[in-house]
Ligand binder design. Structure first.
Ligand SMILES: *[C@@H]1O[C@H](CO)[C@@H](O)[C@H](O)[C@H]1NC(C)=O
Ligand SMILES: *[C@@H]1O[C@H](CO)[C@@H](O)[C@H](O)[C@H]1NC(C)=O
Ligand SMILES: *[C@@H]1O[C@H](CO)[C@@H](O)[C@H](O)[C@H]1NC(C)=O
Ligand SMILES: *[C@@H]1O[C@H](CO)[C@@H](O)[C@H](O)[C@H]1NC(C)=O
Ligand SMILES: *[C@@H]1O[C@H](CO)[C@@H](O)[C@H](O)[C@H]1NC(C)=O
Ligand SMILES: *[C@@H]1O[C@H](CO)[C@@H](O)[C@H](O)[C@H]1NC(C)=O
Ligand SMILES: *[C@@H]1O[C@H](CO)[C@@H](O)[C@H](O)[C@H]1NC(C)=O
Ligand SMILES: *[C@@H]1O[C@H](CO)[C@@H](O)[C@H](O)[C@H]1NC(C)=O
Ligand SMILES: *[C@@H]1O[C@H](CO)[C@@H](O)[C@H](O)[C@H]1NC(C)=O
Length: 778
């Protein structure tokens, strides 16, 4: 595949945008795909807005000023394209949202309170606050491309696209690690050496190393004191009428491209991270291996295997026969071993033998029913189970793989149409040719020497990587780590206790010379051991940023002490204001709170990097900031409890009695819908301003959800809100919504997204079925 060609073809899909240049965007401006698709940079080179994508449109930044309208950034890259009636709105509250039809809204940038925006000549789309400070910029959220002056900070990564015509998340990533190393991995793998396929080797040269990119094509790494520690490219390339971009391509290699603005030419490759197109791990999927053909990568299946999806290498290869029991009753040999020479694989062996010849290795596998493949090299025979992965031909390596293949009458695969037979045969021949030619090559002893050197070198590099590569401490935006004595000082010896939650006591503290008030939570429950788990959780929590979540500022893991530092919420908890008659907010304020909490939970469930199930949604865990904005606290902590502690609070249940979903009692899998249940109970409390269980009340009213249900059935909803003047229709909607949330069957409960839409009144709420078993829950 020629990636430059494809890049060019990609460009043909753009809408031409002949419109006036407008680099300063004010609030209440909007774009639509057909009539006014983009905001251009002053130079006219870059455009922000809609571009054609499949049968619809995507929102992003592309180069509009050149014939090949190259996309450099895409908003919400994994969302499907939108139709031509979508609108991109820089709303009057300063947020940048994509509206589709009446109700669906996707937030492109979290920028409420901003004043103006601008598509800069650098290719950066920037949103400013009223003080001209930058609130949001596209350079902070790179997809697969970096532009000159854009930087990749420690802890962040760029990820390739799925294909040359689709911008969604692909299968390779380039990470600027916190240890200073710039490393490439397949996606969904840990940051450890066995998965790496490119590394700058600059680990250990300091924290906060950044990848930098200058207008002259210079790509280099700077340490925290701006000292150049590694040049990837030399730079100094022509800058006159020439522009550059760096991208991690679909094939997993990152390249520097240049484009001569005075020519109607294409992008040309100036530099690549690797000249070996087979080096990216995972290019060929499971049970396939990569061979180079005319400098292009090509994937080949193991003998006895065929592509899962023709033309899709990532999908890998699967057996073309059904595996039966390896032991046969009448002693027939039903399998043989087929050789694939000079290929290297990930080693996941379950046993390693020392044998003199490769044939003894293959025999050992044939005799072992558990063995499905062996890798033989230097008298070591490693038995493997399938699938094999990260396979590639390397003529300088003497590893021979043997695959166990059935020789019994093949059960024809039902899905092989006749047309495929020819291709199958061709492929087979190709594999055979490769095997033969490769085996001849392997005989040269010269190659053995080379392979020994390569092996030694690789081994050495990996070892270096694995020492530092996998221990990732704090991210740029991650919470800070404190010592216990620091926090003792911050809280003045844990003097002022301001609350007590399910995890322990909370103390008031002050940092930055008393400038910043914080809340320090001392975890008193027995928590899961392990620095690493704790750090991982802290990192996940630290990466969540949402206005309806309490920010985690730091943590302490010091000896047996576990503490968390949060931003301070001056107005107490929701329980406080709901259940204190003097503090009770009015109906509209309460509905505002309900919406805010729903937004926070929606973020935890669907929008943050790693899904978080709160497990303990209740008014005590909703805190109010100085402006009366509700924020969720204690999220992400459920995972820190020891497995047996998960059975803590009441008879094997994590969460708080009265709010826990029935599936906890039934030992069913806990999903996000458990939070929806708790939210429903809390919604009733918000509607009625009373606790979910209150034995001081008459018996028929004491359990709130039952009482609400009764009132709903008898059409007597005014009782629920007491003397308060509230719109009857609204009360009814909220009650119906709450009843949907507390359905017994989790699949009947709406998703948080749906809940929010219902709260906002954008979708109708059908009449809910009566939740059936109140009895079993208390
Ligand atoms: C953009 O508009 C705002 C408000 O009209 C103005 O203050 C600002 O100077 C303008 N910026 C540019 C770059 O023109
Ligand atoms: C927008 O377009 C889609 C598909 O073309 C259509 O289903 C939808 O009803 C339209 N929405 C509006 C509000 O016109
Ligand atoms: C950056 O590198 C220079 C030169 O090696 C060194 O003196 C300096 O301490 C380094 N800075 C950091 C923060 O490691
Ligand atoms: C790295 O950045 C973090 C967060 O900005 C900062 O706390 C830390 O001190 C920095 N490390 C160095 C060596 O500059
Ligand atoms: C990188 O290149 C620059 C010149 O472009 C040079 O000044 C610098 O010393 C080089 N750094 C390293 C680590 O080689
Ligand atoms: C760009 O193309 C023009 C016209 O072909 C040529 O004169 C110029 O030298 C080129 N610039 C570079 C930097 O290659
Ligand atoms: C650019 O790419 C297109 C498509 O592959 C090709 O037809 C054209 O010749 C190329 N132009 C130049 C100047 O290389
Ligand atoms: C499976 O593939 C092998 C060679 O790769 C071939 O010999 C065998 O006939 C195939 N079996 C079926 C059922 O297609
Ligand atoms: C290829 O297969 C993988 C894994 O099955 C899948 O995720 C991906 O979407 C497929 N790609 C295409 C272009 O169909």
């Amino acid at each position: 595949m020629d990636f430059i060609t494809l890049l060019f073809l990609f460009s043909a899909f753009f809408t031409a945008s002949a419109q006036q240049i407008q680099s300063n965007v004010s609030r209440s401006s909007s774009l639509t795909p057909t009539t006014n698709p983009t905001w251009l940079s002053r130079s006219g080179l870059y455009a922000f807005g809609f571009y054609k994508q499949d049968n619809g449109y995507a929102v992003g930044i592309f180069m509009a000023g050149i014939p090949e309208k190259t996309v450099v950034w895409t908003a919400k890259r994994d969302d499907p394209p939108v139709s031509s009636n979508a609108t991109l709105l820089f709303a009057s509250d300063g947020s940048l949202v994509l509206q589709m039809g009446q109700e669906q809204v996707a937030v492109v940038a979290e920028s409420s309170g901003s004043a103006s925006a601008s598509m800069l000549n650098s290719g950066n789309f920037v949103i400013y606050g009223s003080d001209q400070g930058i609130i949001w910029e596209s350079f902070d959220y790179p997809t697969d491309t970096l532009l000159p002056s854009q930087r990749l900070f420690a802890g962040s990564e760029i990820v390739s696209s799925i294909s040359d015509t689709r911008p969604s998340t692909g299968i390779f990533r380039l990470k600027m690690q916190n240890d200073g190393n710039l490393v490439q991995y397949p996606v969904d793998t840990p940051d450890t050496a066995p998965y790496a396929y490119y590394a700058s080797g600059t680990n250990g040269l300091g924290d906060n190393v950044t990848l930098n990119f200058d207008a002259d094509g210079h790509l280099y790494l700077l340490n925290a004191t701006s000292f150049n520690i590694r040049n990837l490219t030399d730079g100094g390339y022509p800058t006159k009428e020439t522009i550059y971009l760096m991208r991690i391509d679909v094939d997993g290699i990152f390249r520097l491209y240049s484009h001569n603005l005075t020519q109607k030419g294409n992008w040309s490759t100036v530099w690549s991270s690797s000249s070996d197109v087979c080096s990216p791990k995972g290019l060929c999927g499971l049970n396939g291996f990569c061979v180079t053909n005319n400098q292009k990568a090509e994937c080949v299946c193991l003998p006895g295997f065929e592509m899962v999806q023709q033309g899709n290498w990532t999908a890998g290869c699967e057996r073309n026969f059904t595996v039966e029991s390896c032991k046969s009753k009448n002693g027939d040999i039903k399998y043989n071993m087929q050789e694939v020479a000079n290929t290297i694989w990930e080693d996941a062996s379950y046993s390693a033998l020392t044998v003199p010849f490769k044939d003894s290795c293959s025999q050992a596998c044939l005799a072992d029913c558990n063995c499905e493949a062996v890798l033989f090299k230097d008298r070591t025979c490693q038995k493997q189970r399938l699938p094999l992965r990260y396979g590639r031909r390397q003529l300088t390596d003497s590893t021979v793989a043997f695959i166990k293949v059935s020789t019994s009458t093949p059960t024809p695969t039902p899905t092989t149409p006749n047309g495929n037979m020819q291709r199958e045969n061709k492929k087979e021949i190709r594999v055979n040719i490769l095997i033969i030619s490769a085996s001849i090559g392997a005989l040269g002893c010269m190659m053995l020497v080379i392979s020994a050197i390569v092996l030694y070198k690789n081994h050495f590099r990996y070892k270096k990587l694995s020492c530092d590569g996998n221990v990732e401490l704090s991210d740029d935006f991650a919470p800070r780590s404190f010592t216990y004595s620091e926090l003792e000082k911050v809280t003045d010896g844990f003097r002022e206790e301001i609350g007590r939650g399910s995890f322990g006591a909370v103390f008031k503290g002050a940092m930055s010379n008393g400038q910043k008030v914080v809340a320090v939570k001392r975890l008193e429950k027995v928590l899961a051991e392990g620095e690493r788990e704790f750090q991982t959780e802290m990192k996940v929590i630290g990466r969540t940023h949402h206005r309806n979540l309490v920010r985690l500022l730091g943590y302490c893991h010091d000896g047996s002490h576990r503490l968390l530092v949060y931003e301070y919420m001056s107005n107490g908890s929701l329980a406080d204001i709901l259940f204190t008659p003097e503090k009770q907010p009015c109906w509209d304020e309460r509905m505002g709170i309900a919406r805010n909490v729903a937004r926070g939970i929606l973020y935890l469930h669907e929008e943050c990097e790693q899904q978080i199930i709160h497990c303990d949604i209740k008014p005590q865990n909703i805190l109010m900031d100085e402006c009366g904005c509700a924020k969720i606290s204690d999220f992400g902590l459920a995972k820190l409890l020891k497995p047996d502690q998960t059975r803590t609070f009441t008879a094997g249940i994590r969460g708080t009695k009265g709010y826990v979903a029935p599936e906890w009692h039934r030992k069913l899998p806990i999903t996000v819908k458990a939070d929806v249940y708790s939210y429903g109970i809390m919604l009733f409390e918000i509607i009625c301003c009373r606790k979910s269980v209150d034995w001081n009340l008459p018996e028929e009213e004491s359990v709130l959800d039952e009482w609400v249900c009764d009132c709903f059935e008898s059409g007597n909803l005014t009782e629920l809100v007491g003397n308060e003047v509230a719109d009857k229709k609204q009360v009814e909607r909220m009650v119906k919504l709450g009843l949907w949330c507390i359905q017994d069957d989790p699949s009947l409960r709406p998703s948080m997204k749906k809940v929010l839409l219902m709260l906002e009144g954008t979708v109708d709420i059908p009449v809910p079925p009566k939740p059936d078993s109140f009895l079993s829950t208390i």
